[in-house]
Design a protein around this ligand. Structure first.
Ligand code: 3PG
Length: 211
C-alpha cells in the first residue's frame, strides 16, 4: 500500500461522517469549518461546485484541527487547482484514468467513486481499498453494499448520496463501511443563514454514530 492509500484510510477513520459542503460565500468558510470541527467532524469535503470553492478550501485549511479535501474532482486540472489551494485529499463521484493519474502524480490521497463490482475491482487492482460508493441510495444502498461485501471483503466504502440521519447508522453498521459522506450536516439553507450552532449540533450528533 502506498503512502497516499494509507493516508486516505487514516482520514476515513477519523470520524464516522464526512460533511459534503457546497459553499458559495467565502466569508462562511472559517465559521463553518470551526463549527464542524467543534462538533467532532474534522474531515471536510468542499465540493468544487462554486466559484469560491478553491478559496474556501484555503480558508478552511487554516482552521485548527480541520482536514480539508476537495470534492467533485472531475478533471486533472481540478486536481492541480485543489492541491494548489491546499486540499489534503480529493474525492470524486467517479474514477476516470486521467483523474487517477493526476492524483497519483500529485501524491494526493484520493477517494475515487465506484458504484459496481467491476468499478470497485478495477480500483482495488490499482491499490485503492477505500472507495466512495456513489450515488449510495441510487446504486442500491445498503443492499448493494452487503452484496459487494461477500465477494469483495477487502474493499471498504464511504457511501455518499442519499445518506441521512435516518439511514446513516445502518450504513455505518456494515463491516465494509468505514465512514459515510453527507450534506445534511451543513445544508445550504443553514449555511446561508449562518446557523453555526445548529450545524455544530448536527455535527456532534453525527460524530456519535459509529462505524
Ligand atoms: C454530493 O456530492 O452532493 C453528495 O452526494 C451529497 O449527497 P447528499 O446531499 O445526498 O448527502
Amino acid at each position: 500500500m502506498t503512502d497516499t492509500h494509507a493516508h486516505i484510510r487514516q482520514l476515513a477513520e477519523i470520524a464516522p461522517i464526512i460533511p459534503v459542503l457546497v459553499v458559495d460565500n467565502l466569508a462562511h468558510a472559517e465559521p463553518l469549518a470551526r463549527a464542524l470541527v467543534a462538533g467532532g467532524l474534522p474531515v471536510l469535503e468542499v465540493t468544487l461546485r462554486t466559484a469560491c470553492a478553491l478559496d474556501v478550501i484555503s480558508a478552511m485549511s487554516r482552521v485548527e484541527g480541520a482536514y480539508v479535501g476537495a470534492g467533485t474532482l472531475v478533471t486533472p486540472d481540478d486536481v492541480t487547482a485543489a492541491v494548489a489551494a491546499g486540499a489534503t485529499f480529493g474525492v470524486s463521484p467517479g474514477a476516470p484514468d486521467d483523474l487517477l493519474d493526476a492524483c497519483a502524480g500529485a501524491k494526493l490521497p484520493f477517494l475515487p467513486g465506484a458504484a459496481t463490482a467491476t468499478e470497485a475491482m478495477r480500483l482495488n487492482a490499482k491499490g485503492y481499498d477505500i472507495l466512495k460508493f456513489f450515488p449510495a441510495e441510487g446504486a442500491g444502498g445498503i443492499t448493494t453494499l452487503k452484496g459487494l461485501g461477500g465477494p469483495l471483503p477487502g474493499i471498504s466504502f464511504c457511501p455518499t448520496g442519499g445518506v441521512s440521519p435516518q439511514n446513516a447508522q445502518a450504513y455505518l453498521s456494515l463491516p465494509n463501511v468505514v465512514c459515510a459522506g453527507g450534506s445534511w450536516i451543513a445544508p445550504a439553507d443553514l449555511v446561508t443563514a449562518q446557523k453555526w450552532d445548529e450545524i455544530e449540533a448536527r455535527a456532534r450528533a453525527a460524530s456519535k454514530l459509529r462505524a
